[in-house]
Design a protein around this ligand. Sequence first.
Ligand SMILES: [Zn+2]
Length: 449
Amino acid sequence: MWSSRIPVIQVSRTGDGLFGVSNKTRFCPLMSSFYKYTSYERKNSVRSGAGRQHMAEPVGEGKTCIMESEREEGDVKPSEEASTQLLMNDNMSKSSQSSQNSLDHHLDKEVTHSQRDRHGRFINPWPTWDFPSYATILRLFLTEKNNSNVPSREVLDKELPVLEPYFVHSSERVCGSGAGLRVTWLGHATVLVEIDGLVVLTDPIFSQRASPLQFMGPKRFRGPPCTVDQLPHVDAVLISHSHYDHLDAGSVAQLNARFGEELRWLVPLGLLDWMQKSGCENVIELDWWGENCVPGHSEITFVCTPAQHWCKRTPVDDNRALWSSWSILGPCNRFFFAGDTGYCSAFQEIGKRFGPFDLAAIPIGAYLPRGIMKSQHVDPEEAVQIHRDVKAKHSLAIHWGTFALAYEYYLEPPVRVREAMLTHGLNPEDFFTLHHGESRDINSYKVAN
Ligand SMILES: [Zn+2]
């Protein structure tokens, strides 16, 4: 069920450019009582640094939720952004203070917060992170056998067919205004999720290559099942990190050209500037455990949650940006997007705080050679462990069957997932794969009252 704080934010911009505040009373159907809280809505980009930074919570009349950075004493190094506070009018700052005092600090002590080294680069704060040296990486790539064996197009069309998504010709079936959960796999980590009336896209890549250059770099062996123009209206995009197979400049530009500032981008710390340089105006940058929402849909909370990974787009920007998973907490459904990750204890924290999830999207591929990949990419057995840790009722396998990024046989990941589910006495159908472009209804959409 919901955490003790009701994580709902709505920020609005008044005509004079200040941020307006309004009191509203809302009822969450999953909760046993009404909560009165203040919400505010903001349409343009914002950088929100700290782990505890906003939290609309059940508060009394006259109090408000805050979007303010603060950090525990003794944290390794406060993020530069952590000291950034939203510019608010005087009234709001005062009421923020009163709300801040009522935050439940206990919850924050139970979870792992982001950390940086003395050079300001983000680090993975878990013993499970043990990234090999470049010499080891080179040696293993040269000496280990590459078993991927991606076959001819004819064989691929049989083994991994690319289907046209249902919404290309039946856009009227998308979402609706009722409660429900449907997922469509668009290849690699790109997933279109319809959840409780919102359409959300994860790590969109519609380009042929995961590379800064479209004539070299990893090329997809299965094409995207649709174009950006064939997507339904998208309300929000989640980005897990800056690697080229997850943050694709071409796809960002196309989505921005089509949806403009109507589309809310949710990104981990350090990516706001890149997004803005790409022309995106409606960007929310969050630290781990930071929350936000889509304007007008404060009943659905987006939480930036941890993952074990790294970031790099240029020769000099290693780990200048953070990486994350994402949790979407709707009034009737919950979705977890694991992004790109190695195994770490964060998933137990996420499960404890936000589980159970109705659906998780969990990476299962790009795991060999293990000596290179273990810290950054889970193998199928660890993917099943994440499924268990976050308490997913169903999981969709992602991050496989699209790019040959590693040395495992291209069809091995789902076979091993199935075996691991059986080993744990779980129903293998609960951790499923989809064809490219295929959809699955997890909880059927009902007509809203
Ligand atoms: Zn990555």
